[in-house]
Write a protein that binds this ligand. Structure first.
Ligand code: PLP
Length: 371
């Protein structure tokens, strides 16, 4: 007879998921109710308010897409791009590359602004490219490149989009809840995130917010959105509010309880306090790593606090080192992706994981590894 699966408890110090507080897991274990139950409908309004709060936005079109970060990403691209539209995509890592691939599949004309992996997007290069392509309709960029640990100046990039009359799409999967992020103040048109990073919720939902400009573009489309599931004009009949809730797809009820609880926890701490905690714990990690002679990939000033890409210490085998940390110390760290595979490790300090105790435990593990 098969047995229930009992996963081990790990310290999740990779690129996500991060550790999930017991309170969130308990919230997810509450009774499932119908997704059109009046009690659930009232809960959805509250959840939407919490999402607007964390995004720092008054956008009406704010909702958790049912699916991981990639689903929110794809939803933004398929809604805001039509075949033949010109888009400028900033590519400084694996998730910028994913944006390029999605745009190509939609049949958009894609102009790529490349930057070395491990560096921030170059604002001047983007400004030049937008000036060369006045017919570009959308500018897309990743705020926090989880594949490399580099942060880009999202406020400046969103301002460029406004200046050049483009809509902006911002990937904030790893930044939301972990560092300064101001959707309305920066004038971002579409932002998508994930639950499993600095919100410390299990993976599987993608908070998304769209400005009125973005909503207008969707209303004015020449072609229907190619994906029925992700067509925001349909989803909004369910998430739109105003008392009108029509069936679109069966909402992942218990997962939404978890997101609601995670956002409550963040609200109790305060958003700025959480941003500060990430910045301070990153400094502690930096001192610890430097003490062990471990080097960062990204230059100081362009580093994410919540995702630290470091060179694999000399003489340590990539897979064997990570196996040791996992099996002997219960700590997960992430491998490198793409051109950085086998060269770097990615050490996450996201959400619940971002505590001084995590740094102390990792130090013990690394000392054991380095002998
Ligand atoms: N964008 C960024 C910056 C990410 O870090 C990730 C996941 O690591 C994604 C998008 C995709 O999210 P998911 O893996 O939840 O689909």
């Amino acid at each position: 007879m098969s047995q229930s699966f009992l996963p081990p408890t790990r310290l999740l110090m990779g690129p996500g998921p991060s550790n999930v507080p017991k309170r969130v897991l308990e919230a997810m274990a509450r009774p499932t109710i119908g997704h059109l139950d009046p009690v659930f409908v009232a809960f959805m309004d509250e959840l939407k308010g919490l999402l607007q709060w964390v995004f720092r936005s008054d956008n009406t079109l704010t909702l958790p897409v049912s699916g991981p970060g990639t689903a929110g990403m794809e939803a933004c691209f398929v809604n805001l791009l039509e075949p033949g539209d010109k888009i400028v995509v900033c590519r400084n890592g694996a998730f910028g590359q994913r944006m390029v691939e999605m745009s190509e599949r939609i049949g958009a004309e894609v102009i790529v602004v490349d930057q070395d992996w491990g560096r921030a997007v170059d604002r001047e290069a983007v400004a030049r490219t937008l000036a060369e392509h006045p017919d570009a309709r959308v500018l897309a960029f990743v705020h926090a490149e989880t594949s490399t640990g580099a942060v880009s100046d999202a406020a400046a990039l969103a301002a460029l989009a406004i200046e050049h009359d483009c809509l902006s799409i911002m990937d904030c999967v790893t930044s939301l809840g972990g560092m300064t992020l101001e959707v309305d103040d920066w004038g971002v048109d579409a932002a998508y995130s994930g639950t499993q990073k600095c919100l410390s919720c299990p993976p599987g939902l993608s908070p998304v917010t769209l400005s009125e400009r973005a909503a207008e573009k969707i209303r004015a489309r020449n072609y229907p959105v190619q994906s029925w599931f992700m067509d925001f004009s349909l989803v909004m009949n369910y998430w739109g509010g105003g008392g009108k809730r029509a069936y679109h797809h069966t909402a992942p009820v218990n997962a939404l309880y978890g997101l609601h609880e995670a956002l409550l926890i963040l609200k109790e701490e305060g958003l700025e306090s959480a941003w500060r905690r990430h910045a301070e714990t990153h400094q502690q990690l930096k001192r610890m790593l430097e003490g062990l002679g471990i080097e960062f990939v990204v230059p100081e000033g362009e580093r994410l606090p919540q995702l630290n890409a470091v060179r694999i210490p000399a003489g340590i085998d990539d897979a064997e080192g990570r196996r040791y940390l996992l099996e002997e110390h219960g700590i997960e760290v992430g491998a490198g992706l793409g051109p950085l595979a086998g060269k770097i490790w990615r050490i996450g300090l996201m959400g619940e994981t971002c505590r001084p105790e995590s740094v102390t435990r990792l130090e013990q593990g690394l000392r054991g590894l380095l002998g």
